[in-house]
Write a protein that binds this ligand. Structure first.
Ligand SMILES: Cc1ncc(C[n+]2csc(CCOP(=O)(O)OP(=O)(O)O)c2C)c(N)n1
Length: 585
């Protein structure tokens, strides 16, 4: 993935008087100077001096001891995604750091600001295959915005200050600081300066007025405009600017999976989700519109399908903060570089107030088709039978007044949750979009609760994914974390089973799961649990879950062979939509 370069210069913005302290103490003070009050981690030999320093700062920084380093990073991601802050994870060398790699990659793919700090063997042993030595910089360089090994205590404040600046500025992402044990122990004269500038790193590029005007002109000439809203809007805190823009131009929009919740689900211009399991209207109309306006999204293959048939008829405007995304997958007519928060108002000022009634009708028609062919049977099944994932998601969403944070794992339940969990507030959908990491949901939900303690956090997870990070129930037990876990149990690796049914002649190779008693497992961790198989019990179970103070596991036993529709098969066109039983739209 291309990201901009960074240089060495740091301009001081805040100063403290010099004090002579250990590298570990300096690390903690530097984190405090960056406003860190919560972090997630797991100790070990090479990071022990830092944990020892943390012991003296228990009242300043909350450290959450997770049960696996992958969980620490996913929790830091969940925290960052809902709180607008940078997530912090602290792990030991060797296996501690390698366990963190999946989470770091996930954060890179999903542009999540993180600082991951790993311990490293003492600098004199580097390169000797010392106990628990791993080439953490070599491993993480391709999956971070910046990975730096700190070998001298004096470098710690400088490195931390750069790390936070790089993680959060421009297009956010993860940074790794790998700190040798001697750098943690040795003394330095500590002062701290926050970084606000790095030579040759331009995180906030300025848009050219020429392009702003060109974009506005195209929009003013459009009869059938369609906007594609990505996470860039949320990361740039540009939700209000987007709303004003869309409303003035009367522009319908679809959201990428990570763009969900930027604008309330029930907004009249909201046509739903784009992509493989997205809604019919925005997918079909991608190939009908005359001007396609992509805002903070990266034309991921799950959104575009076959690029050769993607929006060929449309003029394309791309708003993005990252030049590397421009023309990467889709050739654009006009590029508007910059933070959507700055660029959207400039374009809004130049566009005319419009009404696109006829065009809007096309969205309504597709919406009705989707309701009749797919949604009705999924949310309101009439002929009894087993519970359906969609109806459980829909009922939980309704019971929370569509105000909860929805966190998902990966699989069919993820697609059902992103399709049917509605939101009225921004930063309400936390899901692994780019990497599709099973095991993400439970720890990310824990982090989300710390990031948004006043909001209800609902974690949707499958029976496969729950068992990829089930040990984090121990973290919930330890800290009494009030998360609502909704296990949609189909006793299958459902999404893979769906592909086997559709594309591998129903040869169900290694996808059936013989599962444990999940409610008993939850109880063993001190978590109230209830299993529901009968539709008649669903409402009362949801009510019990939401009124219970503390963590709750609701296991909904859903149909074993449920399918997620609509579906654009991988590599197909956005208009090649399956709506059930192999039928095309
Ligand atoms: C770490 C990881 N391994 C494998 C996969 C491939 N994969 C995607 S979805 C899925 C099945 C998930 O099953 P489950 O958690 O039970 O959820 P369901 O699809 O049944 O809702 C698998 C194996 C993945 N995404 N992540």
């Amino acid at each position: 993935m291309n990201r901009s370069n960074h240089s060495q210069s740091t301009q001081p913005s805040t100063e403290e008087a010099k004090v002579n302290i250990s590298g570990s103490e300096a690390l903690i003070r530097s984190l405090l100077a960056e406003g860190v009050d919560t972090m997630f981690g797991y100790p070990g030999g090479a990071i022990m001096p830092v944990f020892d320093a943390l012991y003296d700062h228990k009242n300043d920084i909350k450290h959450i001891l997770v049960r696996h380093e992958q969980g620490a990073v996913h929790a830091a991601q969940g925290y960052a995604r809902v709180s607008r802050k940078t997530g912090v994870a602290l792990v030991t060398s060797g296996p501690g750091a390698t366990n963190a790699v999946t989470g770091i990659t996930d954060a890179m793919m999903d542009s999540t600001p993180l600082v991951v700090i790993s311990g490293q063997v003492i600098s004199g042993l580097l390169g000797s295959d010392a106990f628990q030595e791993a080439d953490v910089i070599g491993i993480t360089q391709p999956i971070t915005k910046w990975a730096y090994q700190v070998r001298r205590a004096e470098e710690i404040p400088w490195a931390v200050s750069r790390a936070f600046y790089i993680a959060k500025s421009g297009r956010p992402g993860p940074v790794v600081l790998d700190i040798t044990k001697d750098a943690q122990i040795n003394k330095l004269d500590y002062t701290y300066s926050r970084t606000s500038f790095l030579r040759s790193y331009i995180p906030f590029p300025e848009s050219e007025m020429e392009n702003i005007k060109a974009a506005a002109e195209l929009i003013n000439r459009a009869q059938k405009p369609l906007a594609l809203v990505g996470q860039g809007v949320i990361l740039g805190n540009a939700e209000q600017e987007l709303m004003t823009f869309l409303e003035k131009g009367n522009i319908p929009f679809g959201s990428t999976i990570l763009g969900l919740s930027a604008i309330p689900s029930d907004h009249p211009l909201n046509a739903g989700m784009l992509g493989m399991h997205g809604n019919i209207a925005p997918n079909m109309n991608t190939n009908e519109c005359d001007v396609l306006i992509a805002i903070g999204m990266r034309f991921d293959d799950r959104v575009t399908g076959n690029l050769n048939t993607y929006a060929r008829q449309a003029k394309i405007i791309h708003f993005d903060i990252d030049l590397a995304e421009m023309d990467k997958n889709v050739k654009t007519t006009v590029k508007v570089l910059g933070n959507a928060k700055d660029t959207l108002p400039l374009v809004t000022a130049l566009i005319e107030e419009r009404k696109h009634s006829e065009w809007m009708e096309k969205f309504g028609q597709y919406k009705k088709t989707e309701f009749d062919c797919v949604i009705k049977a999924e949310l309101y099944p009439e002929n009894g039978g087993e519970l359906k994932m969609g109806e459980v998601v829909n009922k939980v969403s309704e019971a929370t007044g569509h105000k909860a944070v929805c966190v998902t794992d990966v699989g069919q339940h993820q697609m059902m949750a992103t399709r049917y969990f509605k939101s009225t507030l921004t930063r309400s959908m936390v899901t692994s979009g780019g990497l599709g990491t099973m095991g993400f949901g439970l720890p990310a939900g824990i982090g989300a609760k710390y990031g948004a303690p006043d909001r209800t956090v609902c974690i949707f997870v499958g029976d496969g994914g729950l068992q990829m990070s089930i040990q984090e129930l121990g973290t919930i037990l330890e800290y009494n974390i009030d998360v609502k876990i909704i296990l949609l149990n189909n006793n299958y690796l459902g999404m893979v089973r769906q592909w086997q049914e559709l594309f591998f002649d129903e040869r169900y190779s290694e996808t059936h799961l013989k599962n444990p008693d999940f409610v008993k497992i939850a109880e063993a961790y001190g978590i109230r649990g209830r299993k529901v198989t009968d539709r008649k019990e669903l409402d009362s179970a949801i009510e019990e879950m939401l009124s219970h103070e503390g963590a709750y596991l609701l296991e909904a036993v859903v149909e074993t062979k449920g399918m997620v529709y609509p579906m654009v098969p991988a590599g197909g066109s956005v208009t090649d939509i399956l709506i059930g039983n192999g039928h095309k739209l």
